[in-house]
Design a protein around this ligand. Structure first.
Ligand code: FEO
Length: 427
């Protein structure tokens, strides 16, 4: 297959790449990027994909590029259109990697009307910092016409920001999907049937960008799947023109609950993780486990963090209803395996899961409070103050741990009794 020309052989300047007679890629390559948004690794760099659509009554630009790649974007745009022809600028997502060239584009094509999602309005004002902005905010089903080419919008929030949407080119069955179905993989061959193997990047991108918003992925797929697009054009990575529905189906698979949860629909799942220097926090964990197990309908699992890898634990936590963490206090803090697990939880949605913390300590016992604060920061519900025991738990303290487990399990099952506040306790 012939190489794709992204640079003019005559002028050595960037040129647009055709997706069809009327649609061109006018994006930029960033092969040297090694991390994106600080937290994502990008072993192959990335691309900032932008597209130009020509209709009988004007041109549309879909998304732009990161600001320092503007020269490539404008050169490619100029290779196929004049600025005076641009009627429509669609912003599927306002993150700066796709809006960096927008202010300059608006100066060069002042007649063009901006189309953004309803949720993007305040972001656009914050981004451009100017008064009197003219734009059209759209929802699913809204359309804009370029004459013999028509665009329809799909509201797909949280993929990857609240503002995100997809845009569908009806006559060519092309979906401009924003970050959805994208990946950080820079390959000048540009199309999935020609680029190198980018599967790892596609899955990694899903895991870090889309996974926390699985329910929104499922809603977006319900809009996208019936379209059966012939081509999917994301904002990063290869353009999916060979069997694009395979990528839709992969997203469907990745967004399903795991097998374990499907078998447990009648139950609530509680996971207890602990780490223990001298066995004291472990004894607390075992007592809490016994207490929680005594409540019908709660399936409790107990894990020693020292004995497992973080990644499979993250999968378990994503599907669980409650997460309890047992930690000793060492040098006034929790310990690295606990913080490693907590930092890995940024990729899953924990909102409203039940949380609880416990631990043995020698001197001051700060770890339990610190981990509780972190759980609340991750949006877990932590209804019962954590259990702390100085050094070796007594029989009474182990009985208190059992009660702690029981009460958390009752809370999980909606069985907890309203607390009666004694005013003497408030003084
Ligand atoms: Fe590619 Fe969420 O920006």
């Amino acid at each position: 297959m012939a190489n794709i020309a992204t640079i003019s052989a005559e002028t050595n300047t960037p040129i647009a790449v055709p997706l069809s007679e009327r649609v061109h890629w006018i994006g930029a390559f960033d092969p040297d990027l090694r991390s994106f948004d600080i937290i994502l690794k990008t072993a192959n760099g990335t691309t900032y994909n932008s597209y130009l659509i020509r209709g009988s009554e004007g041109v549309a630009i879909i998304d732009t590029v990161k600001e320092n790649f503007s020269d490539d974007f404008f050169a490619r745009l100029e290779s196929v259109a004049d600025y005076s022809e641009i009627k429509v600028i669609v912003l599927n997502h306002l993150e700066p990697d796709h809006t960096g060239a927008l202010p300059e584009l608006m100066l060069r094509a002042p007649q063009a009307q901006l189309y953004i999602s309803q949720k993007a309005q305040s972001m656009l004002k914050a981004l451009l910092k100017r008064d009197g902005l003219s734009f059209t905010a759209v929802l699913t089903g809204d359309k804009v016409s370029l004459g013999d080419r028509n665009l329809e919008f799909l509201h797909t929030p949280y993929l990857h920001w609240p503002d995100t949407q997809c845009t569908y080119l009806l006559e060519e069955k092309m979906l401009f999907s924003g970050d959805v179905f994208g990946c950080h993989f820079c390959d000048t061959r540009l199309f999935n049937d020609q680029a190198g193997d980018f599967r790892f990047s596609f899955e990694y991108y899903y895991a870090h960008i889309m996974r926390p918003f699985k329910e929104y992925v499922i809603r977006a797929l319900a809009l996208i799947e019936p379209l059966q697009p012939d081509l999917i054009a994301p904002t990063h990575g290869p353009i999916l023109r060979d069997q694009p529905m395979r990528y839709v189906h992969r997203y469907q698979e990745l967004s399903q609950p795991s097998l374990g949860v499907q078998n447990l629909l009648h139950e609530k799942s509680m996971l207890i993780f602990y780490i223990s220097s001298y066995g004291n926090t472990r004894h607390m964990a075992e007592a809490i486990y016994e207490g929680a197990m005594s409540i019908a309908g709660v399936r409790v699992s107990l894990y020693d963090l020292e004995g497992g890898e973080v990644s499979p634990f993250v999968d378990l936590i994503e599907d669980a209803d409650a997460l309890l963490l047992g930690t000793p206090t060492i040098n006034g803090d929790s310990v690295k395996p606990v913080w490693d697990l907590l930092s890995s939880l940024a990729v899953v949605n924990l909102k409203n899961k039940l949380g609880g913390v416990f631990g043995s300590y020698g001197w001051t016992g700060e770890a339990v409070r610190l981990v509780e604060d972190r759980l609340r920061g991750l949006k877990l519900r932590v209804p019962i103050t954590g259990m702390r025991v100085k050094l070796i738990p007594t029989e009474q303290e182990l009985a208190d741990c059992t009660q702690f487990g029981r009460e958390l399990a009752e809370e999980l099952m909606g069985l907890s009794k309203p607390k009666v506040i004694d005013f003497a306790d408030l003084s």
